[in-house]
Design a protein around this ligand. Structure first.
Ligand code: KG4
Ligand code: ZN
Length: 359
């Protein structure tokens, strides 16, 4: 098969990203974050995000092309996130991609953002289908059996908050900086995981569904109790609370991953692989816990490099390549979808995340 070179465009949340990918090689990947734009608001403001995407996208694409040494005329197509996500941001990317496709005559390929994350282990490690995927980010948390580039079975997920959302809210509760994940991980290093008794919701219930909102409420109560006793949060209190929280999330993800793996392995014993993606997969405690689960079940554990775990456009370009290899392209009627579950047959999950629609 001849090599395919695609431009990927991602703008579904608070990262403006463009990348050039040739088959399994990332030639360039540029991400403009928006953390500082939203810092005063305690969460991503959709209108601010959409405007910033619209302002930055063409610079981002120019930079990705320049860094790759590839000219527009050498591309085989343009892949763009068409959902799920914040509608204004998705529209910004879509309009940009359509404009470029119309001007160049290149094929346009609408990609599901979650498919981008879910196919990343194929970009980085060329994993054959099928494999089990745990997607854990600021807006999503689900177990997917990935059977093909457009064939996903969701076997569990969060019924309320996504873990990243819980990390971010807990960091706010503890007076730590945003994004909360790295701040909590750093604070937890010198903390005692056992000082606070924190719940592990749904841990002993059957199945692979998870819940994180009760844990967040427990963090609020634990903090208030410390403040009432000592008149404020001392650094050691912050560390102990952070360590307790991180241990609880890690326990939940590890136990539910063990169950998801058992379900998956019962059907697919020939291909024992668990892959992770999403920002929370950057957490070393969580990675170690998942690694141990996999070791016990003689399963390969794959965690893509951090830059490809968090939101990026290389994963969108790569998913686009697999679409194009199957002759699947979109036309100019391609529309933005705020909600777009990967597994259309699975029952919808409850709730809606801070960082856009759950799917
Ligand atoms: O995948 P991502 O970049 O964006 C989407 O949500 O799509 O994930 C961002 C989330 C944030 O909630 C952030 O706090 C969390 O990932 N995160 C972490 C860590 N690094 C980022 N959570 C736990 N530990 C980390 N080291
Ligand atoms: Zn994402």
């Amino acid at each position: 098969m001849t090599a395919l070179i695609l431009l990927g465009i991602e703008s579904s949340c608070d990262d403006t990203a463009a990348a050039i990918v040739r088959d399994n090689t990332v030639l360039s990947s540029v991400v403009y974050g928006q953390t500082s734009l939203h810092a005063d608001f305690g969460g991503v403001v959709p209108e601010i995000a959409a405007r910033a995407h619209a302002e930055k996208l063409d610079h981002c694409i120019e930079e990705a092309l320049a860094a790759s040494g590839i000219g527009l005329s050498e591309l085989d197509g343009i892949a763009v996130t068409a959902g799920p996500g914040l509608i204004g941001g998705v529209l910004s990317g879509l309009m940009c991609a359509k404009g470029l496709a119309a001007a160049t005559g290149l094929p346009l390929i609408g990609v599901n953002h979650l498919a981008g994350h879910a196919l990343t282990p194929r970009l980085t490690d060329q994993v054959p289908y099928p494999y089990l995927m745990l997607l854990v980010s600021g807006g999503h948390c689900q177990f997917l059996i990935v059977r093909g580039f457009d064939d996903f079975a969701r076997i569990g997920g969060t019924i309320d908050d996504a873990p990243g959302e819980a990390f971010d809210k807990t960091a706010r509760i503890l007076g730590l900086s945003q994004p909360g994940g790295p701040a909590i991980e750093a604070a937890a290093k010198s903390g005692d995981t056992k000082r606070f008794k924190l719940p592990r919701p749904l841990l002993n219930q059957d199945g692979c569904d998870m819940s994180f909102s009760g844990l967040k409420t427990a963090m609020l109560r634990a903090r208030d109790a410390v403040v009432a006793e000592y008149g404020g949060l001392r650094p050691q209190d912050q560390s102990d609370l952070a360590a307790g929280f991180q241990a609880a999330v890690s326990d939940i993800l590890a136990e539910k991953s063990r169950r998801a793996l058992l379900l998956y392995l019962a059907e697919n014993p020939q291909q024992p692989t668990l892959a992770v993606a999403g920002g929370v997969a950057a957490n070393q405690t969580i990675r170690q816990a998942l690694l141990q689960v996999c070791a016990k079940l003689e399963t390969e554990f794959l965690a893509p490099p951090l830059a490809l775990c968090t939101d990026n456009a290389a994963m969108i370009a790569y998913a686009g390549i697999e679409h194009l290899q199957h002759g699947l392209t979109s036309d100019m009627t391609l529309s933005a979808r705020p909600r777009w579950p990967l597994d259309q047959s699975a029952a919808p999950m409850l709730g809606s995340g801070k960082k856009g629609a759950k799917a």
